[in-house]
Design a protein around this ligand. Structure first.
Ligand SMILES: Nc1ncnc2c1ncn2[C@@H]1O[C@H](COP(=O)(O)OP(=O)(O)OP(=O)(O)O)[C@@H](O)[C@H]1O
Ligand SMILES: [Mg+2]
Length: 305
């Protein structure tokens, strides 16, 4: 059985990663797929709350402590075909997780019999989150329309590109690039740093990373939209990424703001179960369908001038 791993991250906290992860998991399960959702926000687990279930005693912490294999941490939920791995909710037990541990988790996931595995990440472009993004089959970035979120979304894109460049360049060339970005920021120049232009005029950094970045575009979802302007933000971000970073992203779609979301969380009933016939559930269906088909969406290599 082929399997797809979806990683869900964001530049900023509180933009709806967990709501989107849980709702996509529910939608895919409703579509008759076997789904696993892993709560991998190591600073505070929320998936169980969004799914309306009590936190389980065995959490991903046991895996991180080498006390349990991932397969032994699978929990069924009240929803058919949907399983979960409890996140770290005993925060006093919180331990650091290295990128190596992240890779080890992905290796164990690949052996599990699920069609779709959704990993709900904590906020920010941490080395661990970037590693999980790199390993996942589909990488999904969430933002909302607030300028603070949008700003951090761009920082995430930059970190993603820099991370990839660091793998493909000499340490000296990478340091030079990082210092140039810092100088650019210090001068408070208008606009974004053009990686494309920089790489074009500076030797020592290979262009190969663009090939890889283009073949696995990040998907963007704008959550909590209250207007058409909010919805269109995704197209604006896509165009900026293309123009300044030479990064092709896929604007997967938007999710509206709906007051009923927090009502459902307070009532401990997943939104899509409490409100199955709303605009939001149609939006999740469309997002899930696009994601499933997205293996055909890979953007071909385009010449970097
Ligand atoms: N589309 C929406 N409409 C209305 N409220 C929403 C929507 N999406 C998320 N929320 C609300 O925003 C809050 C934050 O959502 P969520 O916990 O999913 O964000 P997060 O990015 O996972 O946060 P964290 O960084 O803390 O993990 C939740 O309380 C939820 O009720
Ligand atoms: Mg969360």
């Amino acid at each position: 059985m082929s399997q797809k791993i979806f990683a869900v991250g964001a530049g900023k906290g509180g933009v709806g990663k967990t709501f989107i992860s849980s709702s996509l998991a529910l939608t895919l399960a409703k579509m008759n797929h076997s789904v696993l959702i892993i709560d991998f926000d190591l600073a505070g687990a929320n998936v169980h709350t969004n799914l309306g279930i009590e936190p389980h005693n065995s959490s991903i912490q046991s895996f991180l402590n080498n006390e349990a294999a991932l397969v032994n941490l699978l929990q069924t939920t009240s929803l058919p075909r949907l399983s979960m791995v409890q996140g770290v909710w005993q925060e006093w037990e919180h331990s650091e997780c290295s990128s190596d541990q992240g890779r080890r988790m992905i290796e164990e996931i690949r052996k599990l019999p699920f069609e779709y595995v959704i990993i709900d990440l904590g906020p920010g472009a941490t080395p661990l989150n970037l590693e999980i993004f790199a390993q996942a089959d589909e990488k999904i970035l969430i933002t909302n329309a607030e300028p603070t979120s949008v700003e951090k979304t761009y920082r995430f894109f930059e970190a993603w590109i820099l991370n990839k460049i660091s793998e493909n360049s000499t340490p000296e060339a990478y340091l030079q690039l990082k210092n140039t970005v810092k100088e650019f920021r210090a001068q408070k120049k208008k606009g974004l740093f053009s990686f494309r232009k920089y790489l074009n005029i500076n030797a020592g950094i290979s262009f190969d990373h663009f090939d890889e970045l283009l073949s696995q575009p990040l998907h963007l979802i704008v959550n909590g939209c209250r207007s058409h302007q909010d919805q269109d933000l995704g197209f604006g971000i896509k165009s900026v990424c293309n123009k300044y970073f030479d990064l092709q992203i896929d604007y997967l779609g938007h999710v509206d703001y709906d007051n009923a979301v927090w009502h459902s969380i307070i009532n401990r009933e997943p939104f899509l179960i409490a409100k199955p016939f709303t605009k939001l559930s149609a939006q999740f269906l469309s997002l899930a369908k696009s994601l499933i088909q997205s293996e055909n969406h890979a953007i071909g290599y385009k010449d970097v001038v």
